[in-house]
Design a protein around this ligand. Structure first.
Ligand code: GAL
Length: 437
């Protein structure tokens, strides 16, 4: 795969007010105690991969590890909750209490560098990039921009999800005379929604018991309006969060609420995908971990389900990458290093991503081993504009991500564009590092 251009600026690590704020927050809790190293053949891996598709893919990673490093016991420490909304606070408590898992799931960018590297919870793994030739096989821009601090690299990517995908139930659309081409405008999307509404079908499946899922619908819609250049401008402060274009995206997001399943707040993201499979809703805008659910349920691509870029976002790829980091003072360092080496191996990347819906982060895998969706996403990654996700912790500090989630929660109820925009303007002002030129 050729490397595409990533529209992302690295979190400023020095004199960054947001990081200083984060650091002082961390200083309020206990300083990490030294973890006890042990030579037990064991490794504790922390993640939030518990949905059907996620768990199956994680299992594939474990299987490869067990094959490559026989005899090491894997402790599968998961905390359920899509997007890591429940897992990350648990992890934070463990890290600040000096009780780290050996290795944990993390998004690159602000999440990795701001929440884990800056407070000193991670050990660099730069040597693995040399010993295992990863400096040639992983996309340099992602490694340098999103996972490196002071020339040290802090994570290895298991895979790269595309966040801006609109999934649909093929048969339900056919039944309602709706045809989807290889891209979709907002007008086409709302025309389809109206047809479905007239037929008594909630067009848009949302499962936002974790609010991030609705924030993702907004993130995708925002990109559809501002485009990749606007995205970069927003996260660099060149464009303000109350810009007319942002407000236009908010209005479209408000309009989408008219077509959402009424039980959305009782469902998780994967339950919404299951509602789509069962024909209870027609569309769902969700990252391609949804593909993992389709695969797990043996749904056939094109026949049973289809996909297109979220309206207006054709030509852009929102990166939601999954990395794993090494704990400073990892209780089982040797086994943890082996775990990271294993994740970076071609074998693991092929086995895992085929089930997860993401594409391998390595650029030298055998493409023929992947299905149609993966081929589509690999092509998109190669030729499209790459932007970092805010909802999944890459593009902005955790506090801004939280402000976005809070803004979305309020907006779904009051649909007040000015309130939503002003809240984001305030959040961006409070964390000015998101808007440095
Ligand atoms: C994302 C993560 C994906 C997937 C998703 C839903 O944050 O990167 O791997 O797990 O959450 O849980």
């Amino acid at each position: 795969m050729r490397q595409a251009t990533l529209l992302f600026r690295q979190p400023p690590m020095r004199n960054s007010p947001s990081l200083i704020a984060l650091a002082s927050l961390f200083a309020m809790v206990q300083p990490p105690l030294a973890a006890h190293a042990s030579s037990e053949p064991k490794v504790e891996v922390f993640s939030w991969w518990t949905s059907g598709g996620e768990a199956a893919a994680l299992d594939a990673l474990f299987n490869v590890y067990e094959k490559q490093y026989a005899g090491v016991e894997i402790v599968n420490a998961t905390v359920a909750g899509g997007g890591g909304s429940a897992a990350r606070p648990v992890l934070q408590t463990r890290l600040s209490g000096g009780n780290p898992p050996d290795s944990w799931q993390t998004h690159p960018g602000w999440e990795l560098l701001g929440q884990y590297v800056e407070p000193g919870y991670c050990e660099p793994i730069t040597d693995l990039y040399k010993s295992d030739g990863w400096d040639k096989s992983f996309p340099k821009e992602l490694v340098v921009n999103l996972m490196t601090k002071d020339r040290k690299i802090y994570a290895v990517l298991a895979g790269i999800h595309r966040g801006n995908v609109l999934w649909y139930n093929t048969k339900l659309l056919q039944k309602n005379g709706i045809k989807v081409d290889n891209k979709m405008s907002f007008e086409e999307f709302f025309a389809a929604c109206d047809k479905l509404k007239a037929a008594g079908i909630p067009a848009l499946g949302v499962g936002d018991s974790g609010i991030w899922a609705s924030a993702q619908l907004f993130e995708n819609t925002l990109l559809g309006v501002v485009g990749p250049k606007g995205w970069t401008d927003l996260f660099s402060g060149t464009m303000q969060w109350d810009d007319p274009k942002v407000k236009e995206a908010m209005k479209l997001f408000a309009k989408m609420q008219d077509y959402v399943n009424p039980d959305h707040s009782a469902l998780s993201w994967d339950q919404a995908i299951h509602a789509l499979m069962e024909g209870r809703v027609a569309f769902s805008s969700m990252g391609d971990w949804a593909d993992g659910e389709f695969l797990k349920a043996s749904m056939k691509e094109k026949d049973d389900f289809g996909w297109v870029s979220h309206p207006g976002t054709d030509g852009s790829f929102i990166i939601v990458a999954d990395g794993f980091a090494l704990a400073k003072g990892a209780p089982h360092k040797e086994a943890a290093l082996a775990w990271l080496k294993s994740i970076g191996s071609k074998e693991a990347q092929e086995a895992f991503n085929r089930l997860k819906g993401s594409i391998p982060a390595r650029t030298d895998v055998d493409r023929s081993k992947f299905d149609g969706y993966h081929q589509w996403s690999m092509d998109s990654f190669t030729k499209d504009k790459l932007v970092a996700s805010c909802v999944h912790g890459e593009a902005a500090p955790a506090a801004f991500e939280q402000a976005l989630n809070d803004g979305v929660t309020a907006f779904i109820v009051d649909k007040n564009v000015d309130n939503f925009a002003n809240a984001l303007v305030r959040a961006a002002r409070e964390f000015p590092s998101t808007k440095q030129p």
